[in-house]
Design a protein around this ligand. Structure first.
Ligand code: NDP
Length: 795
């Protein structure tokens, strides 16, 4: 080696900078490296006497034994949380805020120990646990102390869900703990949380901190174990809400397992997030972004930028820069402060990464890894770049959950959007361009719950996080996250909710003979046109005194398929300016008002004179309500503590299937369809079965009101059959079922194919004539999903 400064500079290598684990080891020893469950404010030995081992993936060394829960432990935790609920709720928001604040302070005071513990248990570099995870954990408790303080004033009319069951993964053990526990407690719930089997230790350390601050017993319960414990929590009757983060596969299992209950559910699932680089991007910044995007936490990140989409013209230049940067990444002991990439959490995950990369190569990708010495012990995988990946290849579609970047190219912004949306997921996206116009235009078209412009993997407690499509539903963080832990109090709970309504029409009975008294035969309404039912059959519809007054089409799967296709074709409705959508709705109200007498006369045959007049009057008013809402359901701008604004946009969900109730048939139909339409969704609606001919009046006013064809499609028939078809249809993005408990259960279970958002009223009775219950912001919330777009500013 030469002696010049330049030569010395280039020859310089990082030294080893090991973090001292002494304090953490002392803490583990103090617990004799054996942990029970934390239930009712105390440590509990497992009922079964069973323990499992948690070990350090960087060294394979055992760290501690941890109790495995069984049904008795879960029962005890639920009982403790139930008992604590009135105690916790009797406190004022301010008092709860003080506990959350105290927890935040404790996290800060013990941040070093927690960071080391997290790194030992999970394998992530200490740099990340120390500088990212733990500060965000503290921030989450601080932020939510604020929501506890403001709860009564900022969420009037809402109350806590009750006892909440939370199941979290191993990739951000403590951060996920904070994301789950802080909002739940702030909203006044009590909690049972199960950390992942690979990484239980920091949750247990938090339980101890909760004990130290004197959090009332039973408010927070931590129970350990494998997926079986998660399943027990999910199925437990004493739990009111489930919040889950993990794989899409288990998300589906949980959706199905909770289908027959009225548990509220939020799912934060997997992703295959695009990292889109345009040819005008600052490529050096984009490369640094990639380091955070795919090599953070060894790529074991649900929102990792695992698919690099690069504009063709600059692809080779960017790859060169990426390879050069990859050569400087250091893989090794995660407790070394100069390490970039630590250990993979478990042998099964390492094996999964290896086999997916092998498959990617077999499918034609080029695999590049920098030459580096890998540690001799522990679970490590080198940073990997796959280029020339076909968009349909397994490595372009499946979550690898490792330090593996799969790259493909595009030519135009619209091709970039098409590629970006070409997965079943929709968690996050990162967009790199020096043109704010291009970046925001693409951001608006990407199907993802979080979009980072010229940045990546930014998180904050004030900004909602969560996915579109098969990445789940619900948001964590900020005001939007609080709603996941709250229930409306203005709706009336009906524990015995609704038996199936007995329908007096002829569908299930003998075919009624069609007599001359029929004054009305309606058709399906698909794509803005009246269409004969595919079955060729119709069913008789009777008046309230049993007279045959019309025939409605008997819809089947084919009609639903056609209606969904028409709804998709009309999706540009979402891009129609909100002002225009409002105008169309006002026009609808005007047309209904003009035909008020004839519509009332027809409705009278079903519900009698007085109710019909009332229902039509309320219907006109309800249309006005949603004309009003169409351009007023604004988003928000969040202010995370960095030079950045986060735009929380309320976006349409897509195609919404709506199964309408029997009661107040016209008013309930409009009360459900209109918020969806006002928000920019397109709809396939199944009207009341008993009064199906009302659809004739509805589509006539839709037809004459400039509502583009396909925005509202109406298919009549047997609601339970049509609901099932809609719930199973992979091109339907959300389904609302407002009939009875049996249909609600069926719809929830049948929705797991594409994990569509489900809204049912099996918990509440809605009085459609009461505007306080049957319209407004609550409905608009269900009709939209929030996209958080992070836009940095400054040099
Ligand atoms: P899982 O989805 O299996 O685990 C997440 C949590 O759910 C853990 O606490 C787990 O328990 C629990 N769990 C497992 N089965 C059930 C069940 N039937 N009912 C209720 N809870 C259950 O993820 P894995 O840890 O197995 O990882 C597998 C893959 O999932 C990864 O390779 C990755 O692709 C993806 N993943 C995605 C995450 C994300 O944030 N999007 C996070 C983690 C994984 P336990 O750990 O004790 O078995």
């Amino acid at each position: 080696m030469g002696n010049s400064v330049v030569e010395q500079f280039y020859a310089m290598d990082y030294g080893v900078a090991p973090e001292d684990p002494k304090e953490t080891n002392r803490w583990l020893d103090m617990h004799e490296r054996r942990f029970g469950h934390y239930i009712d404010g105390q440590w509990h030995k497992p009922a079964s006497g069973e323990y499992f081992v948690t070990s350090n993936p960087a060294s394979d060394d055992k760290i501690a034994d941890v109790a495995q829960a069984d049904v008795a432990d879960v029962d005890a935790a639920v009982a403790a949380a139930r008992k604590a609920l009135p105690v916790w709720q009797a406190l004022s928001g301010h008092e709860r805020a003080r506990y959350l604040y105290a927890l935040a302070r404790q996290v800060q005071k013990h941040s070093r120990r927690l960071a080391v513990l997290e790194t030992m248990d999970n394998g992530k570099p200490i740099r990340e646990s120390r500088d990212l995870d733990i500060p965000l954990v503290a921030r989450h408790f601080y932020h939510h102390a604020g929501w506890a303080q403001l709860l009564d004033r900022e969420f009037p009319g809402y109350a806590a869900c009750g006892v909440v069951g939370q199941i979290i993964p191993w990739n951000f053990p403590l951060l996920m703990f904070a994301w789950k526990v802080a909002p739940a407690l702030a909203a006044g719930n009590t909690v049972i949380i199960k950390p992942a089997e690979y990484t239980p230790l920091t949750a247990l350390a938090m339980a101890e901190l909760a004990m130290e601050i004197g959090l009332p017993p039973g408010v927070l319960n931590v129970i350990n174990g494998d997926g079986r414990v998660g399943a027990l929590i999910t199925a437990h009757d004493g739990i009111d809400k489930i919040a889950f983060t993990g794989s899409t596969e288990v998300g589906r299992i949980i959706r199905k397992a909770t289908a027959s209950s009225t548990k509220k559910l939020s799912l934060e699932l997997g992703g295959k997030s695009p990292f889109i680089v345009f040819d005008d991007a600052d490529l050096d910044s984009a490369v640094e972004g990639l380091v955070d995007g795919i090599w953070l936490n060894q790529g074991q990140v649900c929102c990792a930028g695992s698919r690099l989409l690069v504009q063709e013209r600059i692809a080779e230049t960017l790859y060169e820069k990426i390879r050069a940067r990859m050569k400087t990444l250091r893989v090794g002991s995660p407790l070394d402060k100069s390490i970039d990439i630590g250990a993979i959490v478990a042998p099964v995950q390492l094996e999964r990464i290896r086999s997916l990369v092998d498959q990617g190569v077999a499918e034609g990708a080029n695999c590049w890894q920098p030459e580096m010495t890998m540690p001799g012990k522990g679970l490590f995988y080198p940073p990997t770049l796959l280029t020339g990946v076909h968009p349909t290849a397994m490595v372009a579609q499946e979550e690898i959950f490792g330090p593996v970047l799969a790259s493909m190219t595009f030519r135009t912004p619209s091709e970039a959007v098409e590629l970006a949306n070409n997965t079943t997921y929709g968690l996050a996206a990162s967009i790199w361009s020096e043109s704010i116009n291009v970046a925001l235009d693409v951001a608006s078209q990407v199907k993802a719950g979080v979009v980072w412009v010229n940045s990546t993997n930014l998180f904050d407690a004030s900004c909602g996080f969560g996915g579109y499509r098969e990445s789940g539903y619900g948001r964590e963080g900020g005001r939007e996250g609080m709603y996941e832990y709250l229930e409306p109090t203005w709706l009336h709970r009906s524990p015995q909710k609704k038996r199936a309504v007995t329908v007096s029409s002829g569908i299930n009975g003998q075919a009624a003979s069609v007599s001359m008294s029929i004054d009305r035969t309606v058709k399906q309404y698909i794509g803005g046109k009246q269409a004969r039912p595919d079955s060729g059959y119709s069913f008789p519809v009777h008046s309230h005194d049993g007279r045959l007054i019309g025939e409605a089409p008997l819809g089947n799967r084919k009609d639903i398929r056609n209606a969904v296709e028409a709804a998709h074709k009309a999706e540009k409705w979402a891009k129609t300016p909100a002002h225009t959508r409002a105008q169309v709705l006002y026009y609808l109200a005007e047309n209904m008002a003009q035909r008020r007498a004839e519509i009332t006369a027809r409705l009278m045959q079903f519900v009698g004179e007085e109710l019909a007049a009332r229902e039509v009057a309320y219907s006109i008013e309800r249309i006005f309500t949603y004309a009003a809402w169409a351009d007023k359901y604004d988003g928000a701008v969040h202010n995370p503590p960095m030079r950045n604004v986060t735009l929380a946009m309320n976006e349409a969900i897509g195609v919404v299937g709506i199964i309408c109730p029997e009661e107040a048939p016209m008013l309930s139909f409009l009360s459900l369809v209109l918020p969806a339409v006002a928000a920019g969704n397109t709809v396939v609606a199944v009207p009341s079965e008993k009064y199906a001919t009302i659809m004739g009046d509805l589509y006539q006013i839709f037809d004459t009101s400039d509502l583009p064809g396909g925005v509202v499609n109406i298919v009549a028939g047997r609601p339970e059959e049509l609901a099932k078809t809609l719930a199973e249809h992979d091109d339907v993005d959300a389904i609302w079922c407002f009939r009875n408990a049996a249909d609600a259960t069926m719809v929830k279970a049948a929705s797991i194919g594409n994990l569509k958002q489900v809204w049912t009223n099996d918990k509440y009775d809605i009085d459609w004539f009461d505007p306080a219950q049957a319209e407004g912001r609550y409905f608009m919330q269900h009709a939209t999903q929030i996209k958080n777009i992070w836009v940095p500013y400054g040099e």
